[in-house]
Design a protein around this ligand. Sequence first.
Ligand code: NAD
Length: 286
Amino acid sequence: QQEMKAQGRNARDTIQHVHIIGAGAMGGGIAAWCALKGLRVTLQDQNPESLAEAYKHANGLFRDKLGDKRLAMVARDRLTPDPEGVGLAWADLVLEAIPEKLEAKRQLYQEIEPRMKSDATLASNTSSIPIDELARGLAHPERLVGLHFFNPVEKMLLVEVIKGDKTSQQTLDRAMAFAALIKRVPTPVNSAPGFFVNRVLTPYLLEAMIMFDEGVPAETLDAAAEEFGMAMGPAETVDLVGLDICLDVAEHMSGLIRGDAPAMFKNWVSKERLGRKTGQGFYEYK
Ligand code: NAD
């Protein structure tokens, strides 16, 4: 704990500005949390609606956590929506949180790597893609690291810090220190599909979805899991994460899990029934 605090203090000298790409459930949450913890944040998204929604969520969080109006305004001033990605050029750490698609992430890295500062760290919030696969094509794979936050960011303390074969020790140390700086608990894990949490969690979620396909109602699955002691049932968890993200994670982890992704996943994702983000998953969200 002492060592983590010291790491966090050192990181404040080297990480002052974070640029986040992707303002969805995760990028928006991480941006708000970083601004709340005193960092300068620029937040980029190709979709203006995602940016507006993330900014609104962040302001709600500042009000709830800081209470004082003036302090909430100070936090708000630290967070800048940045649709053109101007902040990329001077950020100390660039965090990518776009959808769980290998090719889209790689293509984005090709565009952004030449625009980043030469000593900046590139981090991905990927849930399941091995870092070495993401690093292919980078001029500086030693600067890429996985920083896997969980949803909702303001409540979930754990951050998986994932080292690829080429990730340098300096990059890894910086990622660990960054997580400590923003008062999360960094845990180093190896770069295997699903890392630690999703390797354990995904088979559980998919078995529950297979039971749903077999006719067990979502409410029954959720009630049983909650009785057992889980904070949230599997159907609620899938709605929170987003069915599209769950399906992508399941596909990246194929081989480790039983058979194909459950049919209902593919069916609902094709109909944009993605959970909370579209207002309809297993349950309805207003
Ligand atoms: P999301 O669908 O909620 O948001 C993704 C955002 O990225 C969207 O706003 C989209 O407009 C934007 N985007 C897409 N391509 C872009 C590009 N090229 N440039 C700029 N913006 C772009 O996704 P999410 O749930 O926030 O997931 C993002 C990443 O975090 C994924 O890798 C996912 O696996 C991981 N993750 C998700 C969760 C979860 O619970 N949802 C948890 C941990 C990690």
